[in-house]
Design a binder for this molecule. Structure first.
Ligand SMILES: NC(=O)c1ccc[n+]([C@@H]2O[C@H](COP(=O)([O-])OP(=O)(O)OC[C@H]3O[C@@H](n4cnc5c(N)ncnc54)[C@H](O)[C@@H]3O)[C@@H](O)[C@H]2O)c1
Length: 370
């Protein structure tokens, strides 16, 4: 499928890094409203630039647009792309409000197009392995999940010096204003509803605990959120996001017969471990951990930064769904549900509250190799 990219910033380099893994995707050109950035990116990656978004959208060969702009531009750019008849793969979140996200999905449905949202780490080896083990009841019926998304004190790190491979600075002001929950919760919030079905309600607390992050900010987004997600299936997950607690991206899934866990959900090939329960003289104990074999290719991706992900796998999955005329594994309604979930955890729980979810989605398919 022929694609174009809007937003040539920090994350765009990550996409270009693994694009060659997906030869079915051909990048025709890129656009950024910051023309200097577009030129630098284009020279570094040797891809043509479009002079304007209109020119990009007028290119009839482009079937899908990767919307890698800042979150506050997602809605307007995605909407323009859909109205021009293009499929959209959007960086997260789909939109900054639920009504805008819903509108995008409805436009896409009316026009027979797909819009899905990053992250695509559900398509990674670790997520697919955990999902398979859950389906096989390796730890029995799942009751409880603990998901951590703590980044450490990023605002005490030399974040003003971080640059991407082609030289884009890490957009710290934007990152702090959008907030760590909207920026990062999705990396695990996209896994849990795939495993356990739609979330029914959310209870918890979010707040901005450190207003001074070393740079003037126009918006003080929560830098801490802890939420209990109540799934319609009966599973409960406690999700914690912060820019304070030491770096921890671990996931623990607790079932009747044992616990399954992984230490870092940002690595596509992070090992998966299982400990089964057993009773010994009425004491409840755990067997030593054993490694549960990973499914899939297990390619290791080397980046600067704290993750190893194949960012281009999501667009490749969208292209494959279009080519094969089947529902996308990360469906538009699923992306909308995850968007509602992260918006609720960040915004609706401020000061402590409960939130009833309004969106749902049909069950998703695992990857064929899982
Ligand atoms: N920075 C990261 O490590 C990272 C990692 C994963 C995902 N993301 C996500 O990727 C997206 C982009 O983040 P980033 O870090 O690359 O930001 P960035 O600020 O480095 O890059 C965004 C680019 O989009 C351009 N842009 C903004 N609005 C535009 C518009 N209306 N039309 C054309 N161009 C526009 C900006 O000029 C900028 O060059 C965000 O949704 C973010 O959540 C970022």
């Amino acid at each position: 499928m022929k694609i174009a990219l809007v937003g040539c910033g920090f994350v765009a380099d990550y996409y270009l890094k693994t694009l060659p893994e997906h030869p079915e995707l051909t990048l025709l050109g890129v656009y950024d409203r910051n023309q200097a950035r577009a030129r630098t990116f284009s020279a570094y990656h040797k891809v043509p630039t479009y002079p304007s978004l209109q020119a990009l959208l007028a290119d009839r060969e482009v079937e899908m647009v990767l919307n890698l702009t800042n979150p506050r531009s997602h809605y307007e750019v995605s909407r323009a792309c859909l109205e021009a008849g293009k499929h959209v793969y959007s960086e997260k979140p789909l939109a900054m409000t639920l009504s805008e996200a819903r509108e995008l999905v409805e436009i896409a449905e009316r026009r027979g197009l797909l819009i899905i949202s990053a992250p695509c780490s559900l398509l990674g080896e670790t997520a697919q392995t955990i999902w398979k083990a859950i389906r096989k009841q390796v730890i029995g019926s799942v009751r409880l999940v603990y998901a951590e998304m703590d980044e450490g004190m990023v605002f005490k790190m030399p974040y003003k010096k971080w640059i991407s491979a082609s030289g884009a600075p890490w957009p710290y002001k934007d990152e702090f204003e959008i907030g760590t929950t909207l920026e990062h919760a999705g990396y695990v919030a996209t896994w849990l509803p795939a495993f356990f079905g739609p979330v029914q309600s959310i209870a918890g607390f979010s707040a901005c605990l450190v207003p001074d992050k070393g740079t003037p900010l126009d918006v003080l987004a929560p830098d801490y959120a802890s939420a209990s997600l109540h799934f319609a299936s009966g599973v409960v997950a406690r999700l914690t996001c912060s820019l304070l607690a030491p770096h921890d991206h671990s996931l623990r899934i607790i079932g009747d017969k044992g616990v399954m866990y992984t230490d870092d959900t940002w690595y596509y090939t992070s090992p998966v471990y299982v400990r089964r329960w057993f009773n010994l003289r009425r004491r409840h104990l755990e067997w030593p951990r054993r490694t549960y074999p990973l499914v899939g290719k297990g390619t290791r991706y080397k980046y600067r930064g704290t993750q190893q992900m194949d960012f281009a796998r999501g667009p490749a999955e969208l292209a494959a769904a279009v080519r094969e005329g089947r529902p996308a594994r990360l469906s538009p309604r699923y992306s909308l549900h995850v968007n509602e979930l992260v918006l609720a955890v960040q915004n609706e729980l401020q000061g402590g509250a409960t939130y009833k979810m309004t969106t749902t989605f049909d069950p998703l398919e695992p990857m064929p190799w899982a």
